[in-house]
Every structure is written in C-alpha cells, then in structure tokens.
Design a protein around this ligand. Structure first.
Ligand SMILES: [Zn+2]
Length: 215
C-alpha cells in the first residue's frame, strides 16, 4: 500500500520569506509518497537508511532482502521514460488554446505498460477522451493509464509492480501514440512526476545499499 502526503502548498514559506502576496497555484504543492504496511492502517514502513543500519549487525541477509523487496516494490510504467508533454498549463494540441494538462505524456508506441506499484485494478474502460484506459488504486491514490491499444487486466485484478496492465496506443483524444498517465488523490490531480521521482529514488537507494552489502 502507498499513500501520498501533502507536504506544503508553498503558501506558508512564500508569505513568511518575503511578506508579500504571491499567487498560489495547485502545482506549487509538494507531495511525498510513503509505503504503508498492509494490515496496519496508518503505520508507515519507509525503508530508510536509519531503519536498515539499525539491524545490519544482527542480520545481513534480512537487510539484503529488505532492500531487494524495496527495489521490487516499484516499477517504471515503460521500459524507457521520455516525457513528451508535462503536467500543467499548455497549448492544447487540438484547440491550440491554453489549457491545463491533467497528466503526463510519455513516448510510447505499442509498448508494454507496467503497473508502477502493488495495487488493485478499479476500472477498465473506453471513452472519447482517454480512449482505452486502466485505473489502478494504490492505497489512497490511483493511477490511470490512457490511450491504450489493448487492456491486459480486468477490474478486480490485483497487480504487482511490473505487471503488464496494457499495451500503449493512440485511442481516444490523441494526436499520436503515447502513454498519458493521470494520478488522482481524491478529486485532485497530482503531477505524475512525483511518482516517477519516488520510483527513481526507491530504486537508486536500494541499488546503492545492495552494492555496499555485497562488498
Ligand atoms: Zn496527455
């Protein structure tokens, strides 16, 4: 299970630092993702350096397993990540007007698309905007994979990180093959980059710890 925590909206620090009025827009919000132990609501198990070193002297094998589990707890949504259109206000490719892009576009042409974390498929469907899509719930937030050419999961499926949820495509309101990711926390759209950064950080940290453990 994972959850997204709102760390700050930028309002407090901007006001305090300059004592002036600043426009606060939703995308200035800072979020942090935490891993939550299943079955122990609210109890977080962030795999931190401190947590690992506390046990190093007693059980190296279990620490190695902890970091391997940490590495395997996340997956990039595609084999290669190239952002083609960021989250936020942009010129709409259809209307040429300024409009908020509620997700992140990644380059992908009929590529396997992977679940980024452990979760439950809460919806698969098709509409004029998103085309074929899959929505996976991970704790208190959900991720939608849009413009797919094929679904590879169905509602109710439990997915692990790296499981193929679909094949990317260009269905729906799309100018060409790509993967559009949407991350929702309640009604709010979150920049999916937050997730990609979390995945990157988790994997780098685990690899670093494992490389030290084998020396
Ligand atoms: Zn998009």
């Amino acid at each position: 299970m994972f959850r997204i925590l709102l760390i700050s909206t930028g309002l407090g620090c901007c006001m305090a630092a300059s004592a002036q009025f600043h426009t606060v827009t939703p995308h200035t919000a800072r979020y942090r993702i935490e891993r939550v132990e299943q079955g122990t609501a609210g109890k977080t198990t962030e795999v931190t350096e401190k947590a690992a070193t506390e046990e190093t002297s007693t059980d190296t094998t279990s620490i190695r397993k902890q970091w391997i589990d940490s590495y395997l707890s996340v997956s990039y949504p595609l084999k290669e990540i190239h952002v083609t259109s960021p989250f936020g206000v942009r010129t709409d490719p259809f209307t040429k007007k300024r409009k908020r892009h509620n997700g992140l576009d990644l380059r992908a042409d009929r590529c396997e698309t992977y679940a980024m974390m452990h979760g439950i498929v809460v919806k698969t469907g098709q509409d004029r905007v998103s085309g074929k899509y899959v929505t996976v719930r991970h704790g208190d937030f959900s991720v939608s994979y849009c413009h797919l050419s094929e679904w590879r999961v169905k509602k109710g499926d439990c997915v692990r990180p790296g499981d193929v949820v679909g094949i990317s495509g260009s269905t729906g309101r799309s100018t060409g093959p790509h993967l559009h990711l949407t991350v929702r926390l309640g009604r709010r759209h979150i920049n999916p980059v937050v997730l990609l950064q979390f995945i990157d950080k988790t994997r780098r940290q685990a690899l670093e710890k494992l490389s030290h453990a084998t020396k």
